[in-house]
Design a protein around this ligand. Structure first.
Ligand code: FES
Length: 130
């Protein structure tokens, strides 16, 4: 996770809806966290003009890694968060390993008060992913 910026995902990624002509996203992707990208779920640097602020702190530790298989399934929900399944390690903005787990929902609307996790604020924010 980047200070005031996107979520950089790396590993063996299975990003739902990723275009076939972008094979690189099976290994690395910069995913929007501010909700303003014109190219969701990818980051297009809209956070720079949107005034998105997040210091990359993570207030939870997670349940640990234990999913079978190496793939990380990333499913952008319509008008909602990124649903993640598989072994996931989240590094705080400082680079420190902050959270490890096998299932979570990450905010992509920019409004969560518990970033990087979704807290349901996308509904009040009237977030539109499309
Ligand atoms: S996607 Fe941002 S709070 Fe749910």
């Amino acid at each position: 996770m980047v200070y005031n910026g996107p979520l950089f995902a790396s590993g063996e990624l299975d990003l739902d809806g990723a275009p076939d002509d972008m094979p690189g996203v099976r290994f690395r992707a910069a995913l929007c966290r501010c909700g303003q990208s014109e190219n969701k779920p990818f980051c297009d640097n809209s956070q720079l003009t949107a005034g998105f602020e997040d210091y990359g702190a993570v207030g939870e530790k997670g349940d640990g890694l234990n999913a079978t298989g190496a793939k990380l399934d990333i499913k952008p929900l319509i008008d909602g968060p990124l649903l993640i399944q598989g072994n996931l390690t989240i590094r705080a903005g400082s680079g420190r390993i902050a959270w490890e787990g096998t299932k979570t929902a990450l905010c992509r609307c920019g409004a969560s008060k518990n970033k990087p996790f979704c807290d349901g604020s996308h509904k009040d924010a009237d977030f539109r992913s499309g």
